[in-house]
Design a protein around this ligand. Structure first.
Ligand code: SF4
Ligand code: SF4
Length: 163
């Protein structure tokens, strides 16, 4: 699994409970190839709750904990940041404005420091090589939900991330 520091405490997320439930199947976390092998599944499934909302099959609804937390997909580790698919397979790094942390913290020093950490993370050749084969995994998102923090963070065949 790709290790990534989180920008948020578990306590803050458990208070929010905004993650791990989805309006449609298409927003379930996508798995990278090595995650499929590690989890021995080819995709994440959903369950429908009493309100018709879809929840991730790995969400423990009693305490809102992830049952595979140590092995959770990279997409879950990265959130509330997103790798956003653009034309010509260019990938931008964006913060998701649906997360209240992003809205409240975006101008703060900690947020900016974390964006710097992510830029360094995506410049690591090991990370870049691993993600190069996974470009088909990344979504596009409604533009109004995005705060792009780094354009062209990944490009197919490129040796270095955008600066
Ligand atoms: S929406 Fe943001 S604050 Fe809420 S649980 Fe998800 S990552 Fe945490
Ligand atoms: S894998 Fe875990 S962190 Fe990711 S959506 Fe499912 S329950 Fe949430």
């Amino acid at each position: 699994m790709l290790e990534l520091k989180s920008c948020l405490s578990s306590a803050a997320c458990l208070e929010c409970k905004g993650c791990c439930c989805f309006a449609s199947e298409s927003w379930l976390p996508q798995l990278l190839e090595h995650e499929k092998k590690a989890l021995k599944i080819i995709r994440v499934h959903s369950r429908e709750d009493d309100n018709g909302m879809l929840t991730c099959e790995f969400l423990n609804k009693d305490d809102h904990h992830c049952r595979i937390y140590e092995q959770r997909p990279f997409e879950c580790r990265l959130y509330p940041f997103l790798l956003v698919s653009r034309r010509d397979k260019i990938i931008d790094l964006a913060a998701h404005l649906a997360c209240p942390f992003v809205v409240s913290a975006a101008e703060g020093m900690l947020f900016k420091a974390y964006v710097g950490y992510l830029r360094n993370f995506f410049n690591d050749p090991i990370v870049r090589n691993m993600l190069k084969a996974e470009y088909g995994t990344f979504h596009s998102y409604p533009e109004e939900e995005l705060m792009v923090v780094q354009s062209n963070i990944l490009q197919p065949g490129a040796g270095e991330a955008g600066q």
